[in-house]
Write a protein of this length. Structure first.
Length: 324
């Protein structure tokens, strides 16, 4: 069990302020709600005495924080293979394969990325969600960052909330698009299907912004580069379907299998066999919370997506632009 011990002196500039408010500025490595809970539990003292959160300060008091981190995640560790592309004492970056669920839940009580992380590092059980600060859908592949300490977790959540984590995706969509653009449409749960998200009005949805640009055009498909400005559930999938270009293979938003006229046998097989959304988180960039170093990671597209793109290129080379 990890024990946190820290001491600090209340600055004179905090005179007249509440204990919990000043503490959040003195210990920015921890969230306000967590610090408030520690105050109420008596784990933070003021001149050696437990004090209420609303205690007014005079400045110059000695604050002592001593907390034993308790287990927050009670899932079982499992020996699941993880493709870790970077790791240090503060965080790790991994390449999640398609088909791996991130968090345990209804229908997936075990066999998830979280279970594998707990096997890799048992101390992650002391962090919210085992250090997972953002997620990828089960059938989306690619890069994720995971915190290994509580201060890192707090910092990464803050970076994400301020849109300072760059997340770049590659997507294969239906339709031969002619230009890139931006989708700025709120997203919320679908009224008709609780498993789906949908573009909603501002009162019912949360702001969601997706930038996309063309990488390669095929006869009836397009290879896109997508950049997330926000991170809503199913955001890229919902936004691209909303503008009439759903992801190939998307079971929720794709609208079913569509075979181009005169498609090569290779392309027909590739499209029929692609049973997930063609979406890959290929690049992840952020400033390391502990070292201040600019970090950037990139991973190749998985074999199935490479095969799909290869088949689209071969079909394009055979037919040229006749069917644009």
């Amino acid at each position: 069990m990890t024990t946190i011990r820290q001491q600090a002196e209340v600055p004179l500039s905090a005179a007249g302020r509440r204990f919990d408010q000043a503490l959040a500025e003195m210990f920015p490595d921890y969230s306000r709600s967590r610090l408030s809970g520690w105050i109420k539990a008596g784990a933070v003292t003021l001149d050696g005495v437990a004090a209420p959160p609303r205690q007014l300060l005079r400045g110059g008091e000695q604050v002592a924080l001593e907390v034993e981190l308790e287990t927050e995640v009670h899932s079982q560790p499992e020996a699941i293979s993880l493709h870790i592309v970077y790791e240090d004492e503060y965080l790790l970056v991994l390449d999640k394969p398609a088909g791996l669920v991130v968090h345990p839940g209804a229908g997936n009580p075990a066999g998830t990325l979280l279970n594998g992380l707990l096997h890799h590092d048992a101390k992650l059980a002391e962090l919210p969600r085992a250090g997972i600060v953002h997620r990828l859908d089960k059938d989306t592949s690619g890069l994720m960052v995971v915190a290994r300490t509580l201060p890192t977790y707090t910092a990464l959540v803050d970076l994400l909330s301020r849109h300072e984590v760059e997340r770049q995706y590659e997507a294969v969509v239906l339709g031969s698009m002619v230009a890139g653009g931006t989708v700025d449409e709120p997203i919320g749960r679908s009224m008709g299907d609780r498993l789906r998200q949908a573009v909603r009005d501002e009162e019912d949805g949360k702001r969601a912004v997706t930038h996309y640009r063309l990488r390669e055009r095929f006869r009836t498909h397009t290879l896109l580069q997508c950049q997330l400005e926000t991170g809503r559930t199913h955001q890229i999938r919902v936004h691209l379907a909303h503008i009439g270009h759903p992801l190939v293979g998307d079971p929720l938003y794709g609208g079913g299998l569509k075979l181009p006229k005169g498609a090569t046998a290779e392309l027909v097989a590739a499209l029929r066999g692609f049973r997930r959304q063609a979406l890959h988180a290929e690049k992840l960039s952020f400033v390391h919370p502990a070292t201040g170093e600019a970090m950037s990671f990139a991973v190749d597209r998985p074999v199935d997506q490479q095969g799909l793109i290869g088949a689209l290129r071969a079909d394009q080379a055979l037919h040229g632009s006749d069917d644009y």
